[in-house]
Design a binder for this molecule. Sequence first.
Ligand code: NAP
Length: 466
Amino acid sequence: MTRPGTEVNPLRVALVGAGPAGYYAADQLLRQDGVVIEVDVIDRLPTPYGLVRAGVAPDHQKIKAVTAAFDKVAAQSRFRFYGGVEFGKDITVADLAQHYHQILFSTGAQTDRRMGIPGEDLKGSHPATEFVAWYNGHPDYVECPFDLSQERAAVIGVGNVAIDVARILCRSPEELAITDIAEYALEALRRSRIKEVYLLGRRGPAQAAFTNPELKEVGELADADVSALPEEVELDPLSRAELERTHDRATQRKVELLAEYAARKPTGKSKRLIFRFLVSPVELSGNQAGEVSSMRLVRNRLEATPAGTLQAKPTDQFETLPVGLVFRSVGYRGVPLPGVPFHESWGVILNENGRVLDPETKQPVTGLYAAGWIKRGPTGVIGTNKPDAAQTVTCMMEDLAADRLLAPPEPDPAAAERLMRGRRPRCVSYQDWLKLNQIEVSRGRAAGRPRIKFTHVEEMLAALGR
Ligand code: NAP
């Protein structure tokens, strides 16, 4: 047998997770000069695109246009998709090692980080990740109970996910009705009684993690006034000195925008989005039914660490914020995959530049790789996954050249197909997905929306005649 990577013996790669990092890795693998590679992508959902479908906010359609590039990758003859096959449940590393020379994990960060404060698990206190998955129609989150009969909500954290959640809560039904938000979420938000949404930053405005276009966008909502407290958006001496030193234009603009929001007067819109800074929730309290009813906040001040970053330190000043709905949006977290080494405290697959490492020897595990958030943690925008995937693919090509590969006894597409269909007879191909896509888009067109999503796996399979 010739070495893998030729016409007669292609290098076979299994890629677990069909999000952006997976597509970028597949694209780079399929473009390798002088090496013939076959890429089979496995995802537990019948739909591809990962967080581009289930995480990007429905009112950010432009960002979703990146899927057209992903579809081009998938159209290549050496790309195959097995949707609805769950790694760890339907398929293991040992199964994949029968048919592939290399296995790449790009499963993202599927859960949330916790706050570790009393009351965090009261009814009405939720991870933002669940709310995001719910309004985006992720089949696993369709039944999540969010009590939108409350009038006041708080979002903990001031990153782009927090701002997405606050914005969706503040959008008018008319603004939402022209997006691809899940139908049930649109209906629930139509009936929402939310009037005030607080965004809570533990540090100051100069340290807020959201980006300026997202900040500007909430200042232009049709039916929500935006505000902030003047004393909280005024920079403390440490932040001011830092900004004078770095002249960071983006941060300057962010602080200016927030100061402008603090100076705004309410214009009588039906909702309010209120930025708060230098406060940390220390406890959530509930009513007799165990539902969250208020949040105790401690006021913070900033202190420089020896490394030079500014950290929030609690003072002895407290306040109580009455809220009936709380979303913690303090970062995503990766979920361990069975049989794959994991770094518990970082929430990522243990790896070096994308090569999975053995926890004992700290040496690469032959044939296993990682890319995207499950490799580096939940940071960056979609495009950040391109160089990240390139780094991993470089390692994979070096290992191919050095013959450090798995030795699959059946490196044969037909055998892999039998495995997948044996475990998941109704698994979905890319052609199937394209049919579902067409149905979603045409249903949407009839309603003046980009698409109306399928939100139940059974409904998708029924539409495919399964
Ligand atoms: P993020 O940008 O890392 O923001 C996390 C926020 O949580 C920060 O404000 C952080 O504050 C705060 N936080 C962490 N621990 C906390 C605690 N114990 N108490 C209070 N606050 C705490 O994460 P993200 O919002 O989940 O977003 C993930 C990534 O996706 C980011 O790179 C983001 O830009 C990207 N994303 C982009 C878009 C877009 O482009 N429109 C949309 C969504 C997400 P500290 O800074 O003080 O730690």
